[in-house]
Design a protein around this ligand. Structure first.
Ligand code: PXG
Length: 465
C-alpha cells in the first residue's frame, strides 16, 4: 500500500501532517513546533503510537469505540459488503439490505415507538436533519410558527452550522456567524461551576425551571422542540443533580413541544443502558445517534424518529438527504457491531461489572488534593480540578491551564484522558476490565500528582479572587 506512508520516521510524518493536514479543534500553528502523536494500531482499550508506546485510551477515541479496538469481525463484514455492493443510495425509491436490516434492528432496540430511522453520516448531520424535521413537522401540523428549538449553554450537538447552533459553545458561535435564527439557549445543570450558594438539589430545580420560563416567555405556539444530551459529554461530563430531569420531564409532558434526546455519546451502552434516556426514564420523540452505533469503525449517524412524527413527515416529500444516508458498508458494520454488543452482553458488562467498579475507584479521586468533585454515570466520568476544594474555587489562571497541564501529564504517562477547561473526563471502551480500570486510575493518580507539583512550582494553585 504505497499511498499509506506508515514506513516514514515519526518526525517526517509529523512534518507532513503539520504542512498539509488541517486538524479539527487544534491550534494548527502549534503542530509545527510539537507534532501530533501518530497513532498506529489498537487492541481492546489499548493504542500503539509510532514510537511503540502502549497507551490506555480512556476516551474510546472520541467517545465512540464502544466495543474496543481490533475486532476483526467488523473488518471482515466491511470487506464482504464492499465486494458485494460498496455503494448504493437510498433516494428515489431504492434501498438495500444493510440499510433495511439496520433500520429494523434499531427500531427493535430503541425505547417506545422510535420505530423509524433517517440515516446520516455523523451526529452533526443527524442534528441538522432534526432541525429540519421538527420544523417541517409543525408546518405539516398547521403550525408553521412553531420554529424555535431550545437547547442549553455548554451543550455539544456537532460542528455543522445546525449542530453548532444547537450547541451552546460560545467559542464555536464566535466563528462563522452562529447561531442560525430561532435557536434559544437556557442554562446548564453544572452545579460545581455555577451553583453558587444553592444546594445541588435547589440548583437542579432552578435550572430545569428555565425551560418553563423560556417557553412561557416565547409562547408555546413558537417553540418546536427542546434538545438535550441526557448527560452532557463534550461540555465536561456534567451529571445533573437528581432534581433536574424529573422537572424537565414534567414540563415536556405538559407542553406541546417535541423532545430530542441527543444520544450520540450516551447511546449504545455508555450509561449501562442501551440509551441514556432509559437511565433517566425519558421517552424522546427523536433520538440523535452516531459514534457507538458502529463503535466508530465506520462513519454513520442517524435520527430515530417516533411513529407520531414519521407518519406526519410521510404525508409529503421530505426534501432532505445525504449521499451516504444508510451507506451499505457503514450499515453492515453497524449491524455487526450491534450483534457483538448483544451476543457479548456488553451493556450488562457495563451495568453489572465495569461501572460499579469504576465508580468506586473514580470517586476515590476526590481524596487527591487537586480534585474537587468526581462524577460518573456508567462509563462516562469527570473530575473538577480546583485550587481550593471547600469553596469550589476556579483557578486564577486562564481556564484550561490546569486542565492542559494535567492532560499533558496523562499523555506522558500513556493515558488518554481529556480536559474540558479544568475538568478531566473519561469515557473508555465499554469492554474495559477491572484490571484495566486499576491501571487507568493508577495512571490518573500519578498524573494528578505530577500536575499538582507543577502547578505548585509555577505558583498556579491560586483561587480566582
Ligand atoms: N452530539 C453529541 C452529543 C456529540 O457528542 C455530536 C452530536 C456530533 O457528532 P459528529 O459525529 O458530527 O462529530 C457529538 C460529537 C470532544 C468531542 O472533544 C466530542 C464530539 C465530537 C468531537 C469531539 O469531546 N461529539
Amino acid at each position: 500500500m504505497p499511498h499509506i506512508l506508515n514506513h516514514l520516521p515519526t518526525e517526517e510524518l509529523q512534518a507532513l501532517d503539520a504542512a498539509h493536514h488541517l486538524h479539527p479543534f487544534t491550534a494548527q500553528g502549534g503542530l509545527t513546533t510539537k507534532g501530533a502523536r501518530v497513532i498506529k494500531s489498537g487492541e481492546g482499550v489499548w493504542l500503539t503510537d509510532s514510537e511503540g508506546h502502549r497507551i490506555l485510551d480512556a476516551m474510546a477515541g472520541l467517545w465512540c469505540v464502544n466495543i474496543g479496538y481490533g475486532r476483526n469481525e467488523l473488518a471482515d463484514v466491511a470487506a464482504r459488503q464492499m465486494k458485494e455492493l460498496p455503494y448504493y443510495n437510498t433516494f428515489f425509491q431504492t434501498t438495500h439490505v444493510p440499510a433495511i436490516a439496520l433500520s429494523a434492528k434499531l427500531a427493535e432496540l430503541a425505547p417506545g415507538d422510535l420505530n423509524h430511522v433517517f440515516f446520516a453520516g455523523s451526529g452533526s448531520e443527524a442534528n441538522d436533519t432534526n432541525i429540519r424535521a421538527v420544523r417541517h413537522y409543525w408546518s405539516m401540523m398547521g403550525k408553521p410558527e412553531k420554529q424555535v428549538i431550545i437547547s442549553r449553554r455548554n451543550a455539544y450537538h456537532g460542528s455543522t452550522l445546525g449542530g453548532a447552533s444547537l450547541g451552546g459553545m460560545i467559542p464555536m458561535h464566535e466563528q462563522g456567524g452562529l447561531p442560525i435564527p430561532n435557536i434559544h439557549h437556557i442554562g446548564q445543570p453544572n452545579w460545581w461551576a455555577e451553583g453558587g450558594e444553592m444546594t445541588p438539589e435547589e440548583f437542579g430545580l432552578a435550572r430545569a425551571r428555565e425551560l418553563e420560563e423560556a417557553v412561557d416567555e416565547m409562547g408555546e405556539d413558537k417553540v418546536a422542540a427542546f434538545i438535550a444530551e441526557p448527560f452532557q459529554g463534550a461540555g465536561g461530563v456534567i451529571i445533573p443533580p437528581d432534581s433536574y430531569w424529573p422537572v424537565l420531564k414534567r414540563i415536556l409532558d405538559e407542553r406541546d413541544i417535541l423532545f430530542i434526546a441527543d444520544e450520540v455519546i450516551c447511546g449504545f451502552g455508555r450509561t449501562g443502558n442501551w440509551f441514556g434516556s432509559q437511565a433517566l426514564g425519558l421517552q424522546p420523540d427523536i433520538m440523535t445517534i452516531a459514534k457507538g452505533l458502529s463503535s466508530g469503525y465506520q462513519p454513520i449517524g442517524g435520527s430515530l424518529v417516533s411513529s407520531k412524527i414519521a407518519n406526519v413527515l410521510a404525508e409529503d416529500e421530505f426534501n432532505h438527504g445525504y449521499t451516504y444516508s444508510g451507506h451499505p458498508v457503514a450499515s453492515a458494520v453497524a449491524l455487526e457491531n450491534l450483534r457483538i454488543m448483544e451476543e457479548e452482553r456488553i451493556v450488562d458488562h457495563v451495568r453489572d461489572v465495569a461501572a460499579p467498579y469504576m465508580r468506586e475507584k473514580w470517586e476515590s479521586l476526590t481524596e487527591h488534593p487537586l480534585v474537587g468533585e468526581a462524577k460518573i454515570v456508567g462509563l462516562m466520568g469527570s473530575i473538577a480540578l480546583t485550587p481550593e476544594k471547600a469553596s469550589r474555587a476556579a483557578f486564577a489562571a486562564a481556564p484550561g491551564t490546569a486542565g492542559f497541564i494535567t492532560r499533558e501529564r496523562c499523555f506522558a504517562n500513556n493515558l488518554i484522558m481529556r480536559h474540558v477547561a479544568d475538568r478531566m473526563i473519561i469515557a473508555p471502551p465499554l469492554v474495559i476490565t477491572p484490571d484495566e480500570i486499576d491501571v487507568l486510575v493508577a495512571r490518573a493518580w500519578k498524573s494528578l500528582d505530577e500536575a499538582h507539583q507543577r502547578l505548585k512550582d509555577e505558583g498556579l494553585m491560586v483561587a480566582k479572587g
